[in-house]
Design a protein around this ligand. Structure first.
Ligand SMILES: Cc1ncc(COP(=O)(O)O)c(C=O)c1O
Length: 364
């Protein structure tokens, strides 16, 4: 007897390797998973702790209260919101519902790896459009659109590059694709960005049936460990997603924590200011050391070695690790000379700068 998966192409699916959490030091500074630098709001921790009295209860299956709060917060009709066990789960659900064998799922060269994995897991073909300067290129995406393109996944700002594109470019893409193609705008990092040309797409999605916006509580709301994501789209699309949704994907403590997180605006404001401040400082610092940097709008910086740096990114990564700092290598994205470093606390950032300076001075 030999055990065979029904999906013949399963061995072609890349394995997603999450950010590491161990270094060579007893006290690790984890800068590998774009978690919130300030941790989790004390009010959210309180709400989470309070839920211990109800742990024997099943959670509300469709997250009514959470969707009501999301509806108020983002000015959305709650019937068009679906909550999930992290937005990763929604990425897979969308691929499963809208693509299968013979279909194409389009994403950008350095787009979030979960898109390609979800496409292949659904049995569809993953099609990739080249980027320019680590930035999504709408013309290149449009040249890859065919009659078989069922879904386009786009993160804006993107992980792992941090780059973003103006909303008029997203509109141009939407205008030039079929109304039957689902355009997924992953706005996981939208709360960190202030650019006047930027939009998370929620208002636009109210007017178009083929757009889904993804959001997460893992970033600015500081709840990566709790797993809550959500999506907004037309009633038709959201209803399809409900058909294959787990019955209880968001645990009771997770729902309580997410509601409390929405209600602590001073925490999210502080997280945003802290992040923007350190992205700027780190990019200036790494530019000064001779790295190439991107105009990151996420809670991380992405750096690439150049002729000026005179060492490999692997050497730099290992040196950081020896000194207790874990960053994220990007070989899985074929960004072989790049490293992604998440924003941490003030003291973690100061340590990073000191260690990086020491490494580079030894190489000069
Ligand atoms: C662009 C993007 N989308 C989605 C996710 C997944 O987030 P979640 O923790 O909600 O599954 C991430 C996580 O890093 C991300 O960077």
């Amino acid at each position: 007897m030999s055990i065979k998966p029904s999906l013949k192409t399963i061995s072609k699916i890349p394995t997603y390797v999450p950010g590491g959490s161990k270094s060579d030091s007893k006290k690790t500074i984890k800068l590998s998973s774009n978690e919130n630098a300030l941790g989790t709001s004390p009010k959210v921790k309180q709400a989470f702790a309070k839920s211990k009295h109800e742990l024997h209860r099943y959670p509300d299956a469709t997250c009514v209260e959470l969707r009501e709060e999301l509806g108020k917060y983002y000015n959305l009709p709650m019937e068009q919101i679906i909550c999930s066990n992290g937005s990763d789960e929604l990425i897979r659900m969308i691929a499963k519902v809208f693509a299968s064998s013979g279909d194409e799922v389009l994403s950008s060269q350095y787009g979030f790896l979960a898109y390609e994995i979800a496409a292949l897991a659904a049995g569809a073909k993953s099609v990739i459009a080249k980027e320019k300067n680590f930035t999504t290129n709408i013309d290149n995406l449009l040249t890859k659109v065919t009659k078989n393109t069922k879904i386009i996944f786009l993160a804006n700002p993107n992980n792992p590059t941090g780059t973003s594109i103006p909303f008029y470019e997203i509109k141009r893409l939407h205008k030039n694709i079929s109304k039957d193609t689902i355009l997924v705008l992953d706005s996981a990092y939208s709360e960190f960005i202030d650019d006047k040309d930027y939009k998370d797409g929620l208002e636009f999605a109210k007017k178009h049936k083929n757009i889904v916006i993804l959001k997460t509580f893992s970033k600015i709301f500081g709840l990566g460990g709790v797993r809550v994501g959500w999506g907004f789209g037309s009633k038709e699309v959201i209803d399809f997603l409900y058909k294959i949704r787990d019955v209880f994907p968001v645990s009771l403590p997770a729902q309580r924590a997410a509601i409390a997180a929405l209600n602590d605006k001073s925490f999210t404001q502080k997280s945003k200011q802290h992040t923007i401040k350190w992205v700027k400082k780190l990019n200036e610092f790494f530019d000064y050391l001779g790295f190439d940097t991107t105009a990151s709008k996420g809670n991380f910086v992405t750096i690439t070695t150049t002729k000026k740096t005179k060492f490999t990114i692997d050497d730099f990564f290992e040196y950081l690790k020896t000194n207790g700092i874990v960053a994220r290598p990007l070989k899985g994205y074929k960004m072989n000379n790049s490293l992604r470093i998440s924003i941490g606390t003030n003291s973690e950032m100061k340590k990073l700068i000191a260690v990086a300076k020491k490494f580079c001075s030894g190489k000069a």
